[in-house]
Design a protein around this ligand. Sequence first.
Ligand code: BES
Ligand code: ZN
Ligand code: ZN
Length: 508
Amino acid sequence: MSKSTLRRIELTVGSADEAGGDLLVLALPRGVTELPAAIAPLFPAPADPVRVLLGSGDFRGELAEVHLAYGGSGPCARTLLVGMGEPAKWNAERLRATVAAAARRAQELAVGSLVLPLPLASGEPLSSQVETAAEALFLGTYRFDAPRAPETTPKEEVSLELARIVVPEDVSASTLQAALERGRLRAAATNLARDLGHTPANLMTPTILAERAARIAADQELGLTVLGPDEAAHLGMGAFLGVTQGSVEPPRMIFLHYTCPDPAAPTVALVGKGITFDTGGISLKPGAKMDEMKYDMCGAAAVLGAMSVVRALGVPVHVVAAVAAAENMPSGSAVKPGDVLTSYSGKTIEVLNTDAEGRLVLADALAYVVGNHAPAAVLDFATLTGAIIIALGHYGAGVFSNDDALWQRLETAGSTSGDRVWRLPIWEEMGKHLESPFADLRNIADGGAGGGAIAAAAFLREFVGETPWAHVDIAGTAWWEKDRPHLPKGASGFGVRLALDFLARFRD
Ligand code: BES
Ligand code: ZN
Ligand code: ZN
């Protein structure tokens, strides 16, 4: 279970006045210096601390800015003013930031409950605001439960037990309850991916990742197939096995199947890079920050996170998920520069850099799902290249696709989910740079091509044939040391909500 310290959300129909709770969240846009008419009656006293605070101008209403006021004539002992930023820029992602900032402040204060009146602004339907707010409450209060000795484990603090969302009377409570549940599920799936990402590599081996997948399969009644090294060898997954041959940890190729109730539904495949630790292999990485390579399974985490709620959310497609889990180590048995591997597709690959291992494991996973499941579309998620961080930084993932319509669906899912994506090209000329005199392909482009993230995508494209496919390079977005309101520092769970929104609208 993920370690969000918020325990539950309740929906109350009526007025914030009667809701009851330790802290009232008052979200206000930039530039407000007086209480808006709809809220003013909640603070009848003319010298109420909230009115004084607003009048002072100290609260500017910048996005996710928080100010606390105590006592006064409001319904709760504390009122937390939280900024919504510029009204013209208001959107679902800003709603997430606003609500999460408030929840995190409440969590720091260790109050038992907060009261959040919705809607925060007109425009978006109330049910989507409830869904997004629920998502943000659980995302923002996420904390990784690090393994610690019992005596160093922090005592169970008074934690944020309850968030009460208050809505006006004129709405259908059952619709809103369903929206709340969707938000909760989406956040739980994201937090699951975050947990997998944060867990150190010795405690998140391919075997353990497969066990986690099995737990998800049991919980969601999904089909499960796990291939070990012998089965993978039998199938001819030589690229996948080449990566793992230097490690004492046996690899796992993990498949999960969700069959949706409509037999006529199309199948979508999700593929994840699950390198549980990437030393670079014989092409060893530098020592500094090498610990971060425990996050090299965040593509796998995104896929498993999404699969953990596909049935509960009732996505309208069949889903086949493939997770290629392996550890990339240098050793006497490791693959060497110049070695040639035969992939599942039959294509041979000259390994010129053993640190370009993600594309090798993905080559076999992609060729397998394309060849055996005839999916209508394939998405892969991978912390594939450092080059994507140079190109796009940490605020959005790079997408490469052989299909314009598929890209467009992904772009839509990016803007609804907040998992921002940006398309990059796969230049035809890059193909030339992947030619080898010793095999069908080389795993890195030859000298001077540049565009490392593009080269990686051009390599992957060789293994999907004509199937509509998109590759999401999440090396920059899967984790970051910077804290953001609904994205606490560390593993972000990027890709989970992107995949879920993509699946939910696939038949629209
Ligand atoms: N796992 C890395 C990519 C990566 C780098 C993820 C930084 C997150 C942060 C990947 O396996 C890798 O090492 N890629 C190489 C490819 C190169 C050898 C062509 C890279 O990006 O340097
Ligand atoms: Zn690598
Ligand atoms: Zn890697």
